[in-house]
Design a binder for this molecule. Structure first.
Ligand SMILES: [Ca+2]
Length: 467
């Protein structure tokens, strides 16, 4: 059976809501499974004992009463360059995929799938799972929100895969065998292979059309997944050639660096003019997807950690009248000291720090920043006689992907090596945050990620095939 460029929508069955492929072989490409359901196994697709190859396909909001909301993979199944969104299994395992025999999964993104009463929100493995370059984000289950390995029957091998932001059940449960270059936003997957990264926010963008056949989550410019991959496939989920930049990227998406300014040719060379290599830019964008429209809420404008060479602003605070300092980067920060805050004149300096690594459950808005004060003798002043205020104003673009109501100013606690919240007044109408403080240190603006599902209806609407 060969299925190409098709849509299966709103079908129901006992097993295999969209397609039940029993003995195979079957090849399914460029096909969307949307809102299909099975009362038993395989809401979108059930594969029996044969070979099934799935390529460039989308599984969205399919459901199974029993196991495998998107895909029930018995037999030998391969999934490549595909996307699973909001599939669910309501009473048993495997919201996105249940692996019964063998699954090879490559360059695939699984987002917000869930097994609300059992294990394995995105993938539940009873067999042999070989995964390379997946992005698993925000899936949930009672255990193993992103991946659950059933240790009695299954082995899971992961390479170059992002396992992030489980919305329930932790990122992993069971034994996961790392083949290297995986990234866990927490530390439940036991990643200890070469190039593995744990407890690190991969800085994923919202699920959207970034080219290719299926939706993807781009990496922020300062994502720690960029160029940290290994053993990557030749292309990414979209078909973009890997590697781009200094190395391939972890996960399903390969970030294409902005073109670097070409060096101005010097005209003084006395060498024989060899034909200079003009690197022809290979157009790596793959086949235009069907216009899926509007989901253009691009990723947050995270200020890069290397600020443009603006001079650090300096200001003076004096005992009689106080003083203030304003600096604009991606956000505008004003620090105001009242009179009497200092006993002698001090000089304030504002400098941008690194992008705050805020962990899995928070997002940083802009870079962290450091405000220092020194007295006339050059001694650091960190404590003040009166409290002072910091006001940060931000743009709506700065907080895309962040729940604005949770925004707070945080300071870096050097004793606990953690960000501590400062009581902050949020004025979401005017996009300002104000906090009252008594000491200077490194600060950052952090907020919880907006519930990404809020964006999903728009994405889903854009993705619904015309019927
Ligand atoms: Ca790269």
């Amino acid at each position: 059976m060969t299925v190409t460029g098709s849509s299966f929508t709103n079908n129901t069955s006992g097993t295999g809501g969209g397609i039940n492929s029993d003995v195979g072989p079957a090849v399914i490409s460029g096909t969307t499974f949307y809102a299909n359901s099975a009362s038993d196994k395989g809401g979108g697709v059930l594969n029996g004992s044969g070979v099934l190859s799935l390529v460039d396909s989308t599984f969205a909001i399919n459901s199974a009463g029993n196991r495998g909301g998107g895909l029930y993979a018995a037999g030998a199944v391969s999934v490549d360059r595909s996307m699973f969104l909001l599939n669910s299994s309501t009473s048993h395992q495997g919201g996105g995929i249940l692996v019964y025999d063998a699954l090879t999964a490559t360059n695939t993104t699984l987002v917000s799938n869930f097994a609300s009463n059992d294990t394995g929100g995105a993938i539940n493995n009873w067999g042999r799972l070989i995964a390379n370059s997946l992005t698993l984000d925000g899936n949930s289950a009672t255990a193993g929100g992103n991946i659950f390995n059933n240790n009695s029957y299954g082995t899971s091998q992961l390479r170059n895969t992002i396992v992030a932001n489980a919305a329930g059940g932790g990122n992993c449960f069971g034994t996961i065998m790392s083949q290297g270059n995986n990234l866990d936003s927490g530390n439940t997957c036991g990643f200890a292979g070469t190039g593995d990264i744990v407890n690190t926010d991969p800085k994923l963008g919202s699920l959207q059309d970034n080219g290719g056949w299926t939706l993807t989550e781009a990496l922020a410019a300062d994502s720690p997944a960029i160029d940290r991959g290994g053993g990557c496939p030749a292309v990414d989920q979209r078909g973009v050639a890997r590697p781009q930049g200094a190395g391939c990227d972890i996960g399903a998406y390969e970030s294409v660096p902005p073109p670097t300014a070409t060096a101005t040719p010097t005209l003084t060379s006395t060498r024989t003019p060899t034909a200079t290599s003009t690197a022809t830019p290979t157009n790596t964008q793959t086949p235009t997807p069907t216009a899926t429209g509007t989901a253009t809420a691009t990723s947050t404008a995270t200020a890069t950690s290397t600020p443009s060479p603006t001079p650090s602003p300096v200001s003076t605070v004096v005992p009689e009248t106080g003083g203030s300092l304003t600096f604009t980067a991606s956000t505008t920060t004003t620090v105001s000291f009242p009179d009497g805050a200092v006993s002698q004149p001090v000089t304030l300096t504002y400098s941008l720090g690194d992008a705050a690594n805020a962990g899995a459950s928070f997002r940083a808005v802009g870079s962290s920043f450091v405000i220092t004060a020194v007295d006339a003798g050059g001694n650091a002043v960190t404590q003040f006689n009166r409290s002072f205020t910091i006001t940060v104003s931000y743009s709506d673009a700065d907080v895309v992907g962040t729940d604005e109501s949770t925004l707070k100013i945080y300071f870096w606690n050097t004793t606990t090596s953690a960000w501590d919240e400062v009581p902050t007044v949020v004025d979401a109408a005017n996009n300002t945050l104000t906090a009252t403080l008594d000491h200077l240190t490194r600060f950052a603006l952090l907020g919880q990620p907006s519930v990404r599902k809020l964006f999903l209806p728009a994405v889903l609407r854009a993705y619904v095939p015309a019927w």
